[in-house]
Write a protein that binds this ligand. Structure first.
Ligand code: SF4
Ligand code: SF4
Length: 296
């Protein structure tokens, strides 16, 4: 009896980056090819910028009965390079699997950081998305990298789901997907002996029991309990020439991290700023600009 091949994918992204959409589009494309597929997220704090996990399972010819989170993926896709220093994205990745990373760094440099017994694919999806979509949302771009570096689905199978999802914006998303397909750099298996162990800064999250004994409701105003600066993909830059010191940005910041300095100007505490961009949207003099974080 032939055993159906089951491929498991884990996506690492941030709230608002479209990881859920990526997984859904892959599942729809697999179904288009006559396969069976699942796509489902696992959220922690449901806030823009917070790290999120999304999972796919794709089976060639059998129904998929398992519903649990993917802990030993065949493929890992990292949408945000800022996650590499804070999360062990390779956790559980199978030997011989594929790790696909959005990064402006060269393949050789990422290989030094994340080398292991797996294939490695690197593409500067943020640059492609900014050029073609004018926003740093890389979900459709990373689909092209995934298709090229694995045999999960065919590029053509993605086109219809993208058209249905994005309507009049579909063509630009298809272009971004195809550009990543062309530009992704791929390194074959890296021997286990060459793997470099990395150290991760892990936050110890209190359990809900510790936060609110006898209840699942946490206390209000606890935003500063978390180092939400690790969630940031974009950073607010304040232009003092335009700022009239009204304090609106401080009022609207959901992390309560915009403070007034000695000169009366407002600035963000980057330890807690999660890069949501709300301050920039609310500043009525356009004194705040969101800029991309630079990879270290
Ligand atoms: S909302 Fe804009 S103008 Fe007002 S304090 Fe903040 S940066 Fe300055
Ligand atoms: S400072 Fe601005 S970008 Fe940072 S968390 Fe507050 S509102 Fe969001």
């Amino acid at each position: 009896m032939q055993v159906s091949k089951l491929t498991e994918i884990r996506w690492h992204g941030r709230g608002g980056q479209g990881a859920v959409t990526s997984a859904e589009l892959i599942a729809l494309a697999a179904i288009e090819e006559g396969k069976f597929a699942q796509a489902f997220p696992s959220f922690g704090p449901e806030r823009r910028g917070a790290p999120v996990l999304v999972f796919n399972r794709i089976s060639e010819s059998e129904h998929i009965r398992v519903r649990s989170a993917v802990t030993q993926p065949d493929i890992v896709v990292v949408l945000d390079p800022g996650l590499l220093g804070i999360i062990d994205v390779t956790s559980g990745l199978k030997d011989g699997g594929t790790l696909i990373v959005n990064s402006s760094k060269k393949l050789a440099d990422i290989k030094l950081e994340l080398g292991g017994p797996w294939r490695l694919a690197v593409v500067n999806a943020t640059a492609i998305a900014l050029e073609l979509l004018k926003v740093p949302i890389v979900n459709t771009t990373m689909l092209g990298a995934l298709v090229k570096s694995t045999d999960t689905i065919k590029l053509d199978s993605l086109l219809e789901p993208i058209k249905e999802r994005f309507g009049k914006l579909a063509q630009r998303n298809i272009e971004a997907c195809k550009r990543a397909y062309e530009e992704v750099s791929i390194a074959e298996l890296i021997p286990a002996s060459e793997r470099i162990e990395r150290a991760y800064v892990k936050e110890s999250w209190p359990s809900w029991r510790e936060l609110a004994p006898g209840s699942v409701v946490t206390e209000p105003g606890n935003a500063r309990s978390y180092r939400t600066g690790d969630w940031r993909a974009q950073c607010p830059v304040f232009n003092h020439d335009r700022c009239i010191k009204c304090g609106i940005c401080s009022l609207f910041c959901p992390e309560d991290c915009v403070n007034q300095n000695e000169d009366g100007y407002f600035e963000a505490d980057l330890y807690h700023c999660k890069g949501c961009g709300i301050c920039a949207r609310e500043c009525w003099t356009q004194a705040i600009t969101m800029v991309e974080e630079i990879e270290e």
